[in-house]
Design a protein around this ligand. Structure first.
Ligand code: PXL
Length: 264
């Protein structure tokens, strides 16, 4: 049947070293056997040491990419990654309202693991006020959750409160990525679903410098699993397991902070 194969989209930035952003999303889509498409918002010049430069695409060109995909494909789920600045995030929000790209997973990419800012400060309010209410799922890391909610996240009850705050901001399902602390052998992510059900998703901590693209992979895998028909809860669980396997099976490229391994 024409257009029946699960089709998904990432609206994100390109990371030229292949470890994160659009490249990690496309690798994940390929590995999870969905047909992936990518609308580029920006390009960064980076390697395993960090990002040295970036370029943001014209809004008209971002719009054109969405228009041509919408006219031809049957996109079941979409994720957003790097939104760069206020103009770009506003453009993407308008496009998500204009076109039906299915279930929306927002990875609120704010800062890289090496401290490079991928979203300007002046765009945070737009993210909170106009992107979050459109989101079916949000997957912030510890730092992003602190930035968006203003909470310090020092204990379990603050983490639960942060998830509730995000729901009040309009996101239906929340996956808060935990932080590795002290000598703990595990990392605890917290999930709050639309129906109020909540649970901790625990995985072993892997002591490695190869974790570039972890958040991109997690959110892209949720998108892929939803497009194949899983519920949001099952998609989150599958994505947690897949991402953990990607981290646990090292590929040794680059000199510093390397990529994760999508072939498993
Ligand atoms: O992993 C976050 C991320 C997202 N998008 C782009 C990136 C990065 C991290 O480097 O470069 C384009």
């Amino acid at each position: 049947m024409i257009n029946d194969f699960p089709q998904v989209l990432t609206i994100a930035g390109s990371d030229c070293d292949g470890s994160a952003g659009m490249q990690a999303d496309m690798n994940t889509f390929f590995a999870r056997k969905v047909y992936g498409m990518s609308v580029l918002t920006a390009c960064v010049a980076g390697n395993s040491f960090g990002i040295e430069a970036s370029e943001i695409l014209d809004s008209e060109f971002i719009e054109k990419q969405c228009e041509v995909l919408d006219s031809d494909f049957n996109i079941k789920a979409v994720k957003t990654g790097m939104m760069a600045n206020l103009k770009t995030i506003k453009t993407v929000i308008d496009l998500l309202k204009k076109y039906d790209f299915g279930t929306l997973v927002v990875d609120p990419v704010i800062i890289t693991k090496h401290g490079n800012m991928l979203l300007e400060n002046e765009a945070y309010d737009e993210l909170k006020e106009n992107l979050l209410p459109l989101a079916d799922v949000i997957t912030p890391n510890y730092y992003e959750t602190q930035k968006i909610t203003g909470l310090k996240l020092e204990n379990e009850s603050e983490i639960k409160k942060a998830a509730q705050m995000l729901q009040q901001m309009g996101v239906k399902n929340i996956l808060l990525k935990g932080e590795h602390s002290g000598s703990s052998e595990v990392v605890d992510d917290f999930v709050l679903l639309e129906n109020g059900e909540s649970f901790w998703q625990t995985h072993n901590y892997v002591d490695t410098t190869h974790i570039n693209g972890t958040g991109d992979t997690l959110s892209a895998c949720i998108v892929a699993e939803i497009a194949k028909g899983k519920s949001i809860k099952d998609a989150i669980k599958a994505a947690e397991n897949y991402t953990y396997q990607c981290i646990a099976h090292l590929i040794d490229v680059g000199h510093k902070f390397g990529p994760i391994n999508h072939w498993n």
